[in-house]
Design a protein around this ligand. Structure first.
Ligand code: KG4
Ligand code: ZN
Length: 358
């Protein structure tokens, strides 16, 4: 019997301080021995967004306790763990450095292998915690900082098919919530309040919908929400109508662009059987899930969503990516540095900024 690998994972890229102990099981999925997440929502709420200095201070205050709790809950000692994985990017440098440095120190002290994980690879491989998934698959990664379609060929092998040319989808949700004064964090509150509204009330734009392959754009939609929000004078029902219309427009954009991405994926991989994985914080949105499930039924593709607790930032996905990289002997030295920008496909063109041609 081959030895089952156990990893400690650490995540501090943004506003969640998290640690987890994960072991691969006989089914090729994960036994979650512990998964501790300390969210800083209350600290950032009054500012309506993440304040990097406050986030870093909260990570510093909590990280040792969170790691110790994850080890205690797993009933594993450091000696019994095969390696340590910590997020090294992309994200806020002041935050990343805290989890990364403590991870490196523990690995050094315990004489264990260390793996610096790309947070996006954590999201990309996260469905594997609960499902045995064959490569290649099509990934729609939707989070607070990223929005991408990628072909996942294997661990560490990604090809970008499309991305946002301006805002990330989570950012569009968060800004919409702020403009409508729906509360923080934005994504879940837009989802909640849109249930009380009329989704056809406002006709909102679907930017670059009929061009640019499966690239996406949300800036024009955000501006339209701002324009309409100024006309409704705080009327509660109109707010809900605008939230519902925004959610409905997002569903339509993702439906159409995912359909195109599936065609591109088929063409590139010569695969007839498409597996679509939707991951990242925004993948928790049930309305988006319903719309993409409808698409996958129509075109008969298999769609997998991670459990809600593995959509938003967590360290289970970081430990899991660590295990997958360990099995491929993708180790890092302890002088590895944090990276604020770290694309999964290093060859993909940078799509933001002036001079962009679509
Ligand atoms: O993956 P994540 O936890 O952090 C990043 O890596 O960015 O994603 C956070 C983003 C935030 O923008 C948050 O508003 C959004 O995910 N989000 C949602 C929902 N839950 C979280 N967006 C829409 N609907 C939700 N239910
Ligand atoms: Zn994330």
């Amino acid at each position: 019997m081959t030895k089952k690998i156990t990893f400690l994972g650490i995540e501090t890229s943004c506003d969640e301080t998290a640690a987890a102990v994960i072991r691969e099981n006989e089914k090729g999925t994960a036994d979650i021995l512990s998964n501790i997440v300390s969210s800083q929502i209350s600290e950032h709420r009054k500012y309506g967004g993440v304040v990097p200095e406050l986030a870093a201070r909260a990570h510093l205050e909590n990280i040792e306790y969170i790691i110790q709790s994850a080890l205690d809950k797993s009933e594993m000692s450091l000696d019994e763990i095969d390696g340590i994985a910590a997020t090294a990017g992309p994200g806020l440098i002041v935050c990343l450095t805290i989890g990364l440095n403590i991870g490196k120190s523990i690995a050094n002290f315990a004489n264990k292998p260390f793996i610096a994980v790309n947070h996006l690879e954590g999201h990309a491989l996260s469905p594997g915690l609960e499902n045995k998934i064959e490569f290649p698959y099509l990934l729609l990664l939707i989070s607070g900082g990223h929005t991408q379609f990628l072909t996942v060929k294997d661990v560490n092998q990604y090809e970008q098919l499309g991305t946002t040319i301006d805002d990330a989808l989570g950012e569009a949700f968060d800004k919409t919530a702020k403009m409508l004064d729906l509360g923080y964090p934005g994504g879940p509150s837009v989802e909640k309040f849109s249930k009380f509204g009329d989704k056809s009330f406002f006709k909102l734009p679907e930017p670059i919908i009929s061009r640019a392959g499966c690239n996406l754009s949300f800036a024009g939609l955000k501006t339209a929400v701002l324009r309409e929000s100024k006309k409704i004078n705080g009327n509660e029902q109109m707010k809900y109508n605008l939230a519902a219309s925004f959610q409905n427009t997002i569903n339509k954009i993702l439906y159409k662009k995912t359909k195109i991405a599936i065609e591109m994926f088929k063409e590139k991989t010569k695969t007839k059987e498409v597996r679509l994985i939707v991951a990242g914080g925004v993948a928790a949105n049930k309305s988006i899930r319903e719309s993409l499930t409808k698409l996958s039924k129509e075109i008969k593709c298999k769609t997998i969503y991670p459990d809600i607790k593995f959509c938003s930032d967590n360290a289970a996905m970081i430990a899991w990516a660590g295990i997958k990289r360990y099995q491929k002997k993708l180790f890092n030295k302890v002088n590895v540095k944090a990276r604020s920008r770290w694309p999964l496909d290093e060859n993909a063109p940078y799509m933001k900024g002036p001079g962009l041609k679509l």
